[in-house]
Design a protein around this ligand. Structure first.
Ligand SMILES: N[C@H](CCC[C@H](N)C(=O)O)C(=O)O
Length: 278
């Protein structure tokens, strides 16, 4: 099986082009094997690129633990790059399907290759029941959550996948790596949850570390940065346009007031290709 390693701001996945080969029969198990950074290719998970009847391509994303995710922001930028650069569809605007949702992406092309992508992430989902979370609604904004014996004010946002945003003075390892997994598995989040730890540097700039559902700490999380942008506005901490500093790079986010859509702009990089024994 041929694969391509790509990353968006350091959030790296193993991509399998299913235009050219059949989808793997056990993507969950394959994701676990491929993601292992010692015995596999190494990555935060597996992303399948498939033909679609409704869009230019379909993305199906699996975390490092094999769990399926409805959406992946850094991943969809790389899917767009792969589709364009590998001549599956050479248009400067692509439509990609993920979990039944159609997303449109605008490509920045230099020397015939995609360098950066602007993704229309659609509208954030704020209704507690649809995050989903058992925390009291209708929306979860600065809501107290006891995790690891500490009380945090959390804001819950779904971008198709669930996020719990926590604004802190300093995103320490104790919080990110210690409390992160406790919140990921907290019964308040029936489908588990991605956890963003955010330092506000200025109304238009934040620093984010992410404990991801199913993958642990990643160098960047695109849907997470989208959730952070929304949570910053809801809690009065940031403007609607914000630069998000992540361990692996910078993402530009906007929660547009006119159409209520979140727009994310960032890089997409192809690292290498290889063969994996069938
Ligand atoms: N771990 C996430 C999926 C990957 C999201 C992240 N890598 C991104 O760029 O959005 C989840 O289970 O919802």
């Amino acid at each position: 099986m041929k694969f391509t390693k790509m990353h968006g701001a350091g959030n790296d996945y193993v991509y399998v082009d299913c235009f050219a080969q059949d989808p793997p029969p056990d993507p969950e198990g394959l994701a676990r094997r491929l993601a292992d950074r010692h015995t596999g290719v190494g990555g935060d998970g597996l992303i399948l690129i498939l033909p679609s009847e409704r869009a230019d391509a379909e993305m199906r994303m699996y975390n490092a633990d094999g769990s399926y995710s409805e959406m992946c922001g850094n991943g969809i930028r790389c899917v767009a790059k792969y589709v364009y650069d590998h001549n599956l569809c050479r248009k400067p605007r692509l439509v990609i399907e993920s979990a039944g949702k159609l997303l449109s992406l605008d490509l920045t092309i230099e020397d015939e290759r995609v360098e950066r992508v602007r993704v229309d992430m659609g509208e954030p989902i704020l209704d507690a029941a649809h995050i989903p979370t058992l925390l009291p609604g209708p929306m979860v904004v600065n809501t107290p959550l006891d995790a690891g014996g500490q009380l945090f004010a959390v804001t819950a946002v779904s971008m198709g996948n669930p996020h719990c945003v926590v604004f802190v003075e300093c995103a320490t390892d104790e919080l990110v790596l210690g409390v992160g997994p406790k919140i990921e598995h907290d019964p308040a989040f029936p489908n588990r949850v991605n956890v963003e730890w955010v330092e506000v540097l200025a109304p238009d700039r934040v620093r984010q570390r992410t404990w991801e559902r199913g993958s642990g700490e990643t160098l960047a999380c695109g849907t997470g940065a989208s959730a952070v942008c929304v949570a910053g506005v809801l809690t009065g901490r940031t403007d609607r346009r914000v630069m998000v500093e992540l361990l692996g790079g910078l993402l530009e986010l906007e929660w547009n007031e006119a159409d209520n859509h979140v727009y994310m702009t960032g890089p997409a990089v192809e690292v290498f290709s290889g063969e994996w024994p069938a």
